[in-house]
Ligand binder design. Structure first.
Ligand code: C5P
Length: 393
């Protein structure tokens, strides 16, 4: 596999030499890019001699004349690994700053990003680094926690560059994961639906679409083609996904049913409105002092209809927003919707469910087996879900 190793200006930069060599010993091609400040510790000549590849520093370095290296390298990469990553580089990566070759490559690449922070423990626990950590992890980047111990500046705490074998092990994990869904199409319903009452008003719910966006990112990272039929959601969907925007449950059902025959996986995470106004007004309903009655009709079950339209063997996963949870009730839903598994989500907790950054789910399979996840970021959870489902096939 092709790895871009970005080295920024931490004392641990010298350890990147061993890291590059070890990755090469595992059969990877390693191309190194240094930040300006990394050059205080290591040189391009050193990495060129070690890797047999050009080492980039300046944004306009062009080893092949006439070919923009930041695009060529970024396109070809299977992984962008920033090790060691300084507070400065992490903050830039989190905010999409591209003011040197390393950060430009990271912005230009669609490959998974893995960062290995190494710095003074006080810096590591500073608000800026913690914020960068949240942003990058939320985006699905791999963040390898530094080790705890004596660091170069004489302090003791968390900030040490981890052992090379730990980093290499993580790299192998990320790379092997990156083709687990290669060649497969994952169809996801995401976000809320909006059911018009009149031209100005609608019925909807609190779904932010964050879990749907996280599932789309995880499936893309695992090599899938991803189609998202998305209600009007706030969470941004990855640009690499094919996005089909819809508003109502009926539209969502129509597009899901249309796409289902081409899917290998169907994941229903949309919070579909259970009811819609029977006859939305074409104008604007006037205010009056009289009570207003809205007649509501039940909406179709989008996921059940999509699964019915899919090929046999298509794996289908639903989400159940539950308050409390009863295995019998879930078993009934699995049967009714003909699903392989249901992710049960306790929406009553503040840190799990609607709008939250983190989530915790219990997966219940058709044979009744249940596996509970830890509480984790929605990105990590999305990956966990696909891995659990894959491990059972
Ligand atoms: O039946 P219940 O609403 O608990 O099922 C939740 C699951 O079914 C979710 O995966 C949701 O996306 C899907 N669903 C649907 N259409 C509906 C209701 C739920 O696709 N009308």
């Amino acid at each position: 596999m092709r790895i871009i190793l970005g080295v920024s200006g931490s004392v641990a930069a010298y350890r990147a030499c061993d890291l590059a060599r070890e990755l090469m010993r595992q059969g990877h091609q390693v191309r190194v890019c240094l930040t300006d400040s990394a050059q205080n510790f290591v040189t391009p000549a050193l990495f060129e001699a070690l890797t047999g590849q050009p080492c980039l520093v300046d944004t306009f370095d062009e080893p092949d004349r006439g070919r923009m290296a930041h695009i060529d390298w970024a396109r070809a990469a299977d992984l962008v690994l920033v090790a060691p990553a300084t507070a400065n580089t992490l903050a830039k990566l989190a905010h999409g700053v591209a003011d040197d070759m390393l950060t430009t490559l990271a912005v230009a690449s669609q490959a998974p990003l893995m960062v290995v922070p190494a710095m003074n423990p006080t810096m590591y626990s500073s608000p800026g680094v913690l914020q960068a950590r949240g942003i990058l992890m939320d985006r699905g980047a791999e963040w390898l926690e530094p080790s705890t111990g004596d660091v170069a500046c004489g302090e003791n705490g968390q900030g040490k560059f981890p052992p090379i074998e730990v980093i290499v092990h993580e790299v192998q994990e990320v790379l092997s994961r990156s083709n687990q869904l290669a060649g497969q199409t994952v169809l996801i319903s995401s976000g809320p639906t909006q059911e018009p009452i009149d031209i100005a008003r609608y019925l909807t719910n609190r779904s932010s679409g964050k879990m749907g966006a996280a599932l789309a990112r995880a499936a893309l990272r695992m090599g899938a083609r991803v189609i998202v039929v998305a209600g009007p959601q706030r969470a941004r969907l990855p640009v690499e996904a094919e996005i089909i925007p819809v508003q109502t449950a009926i539209e969502m059902r129509d597009r899901m049913v249309e796409m289902a025959p081409g899917a290998d996986w169907i994941v229903g995470v949309a919070a579909v409105a259970d009811y819609r106004p029977a006859s939305p007004s074409l104008g604007k309903i006037r205010r009056s002092s009289e009570p207003l009655q809205l007649e509501l009709l039940p909406n179709p079950d989008v996921l059940a209809e999509a699964v019915a339209a899919a090929r046999p063997g298509t794996r289908a996963i639903g989400f159940a927003a539950e308050v409390g949870d009863d295995p019998e009730v879930i078993a009934g839903k699995l049967e009714r919707k003909n699903l392989s598994a249901i992710a049960i989500n306790d929406v009553a907790g503040a840190e799990t469910g609607f709008e939250s950054e983190t989530n915790q789910i219990t997966l219940q399979f058709r044979d009744g087996e249940r596996i509970a996840s830890e509480k984790m970021s929605k990105s990590a959870l999305a990956r966990w879900l696909f891995e659990q489902a894959l491990s059972r096939s």
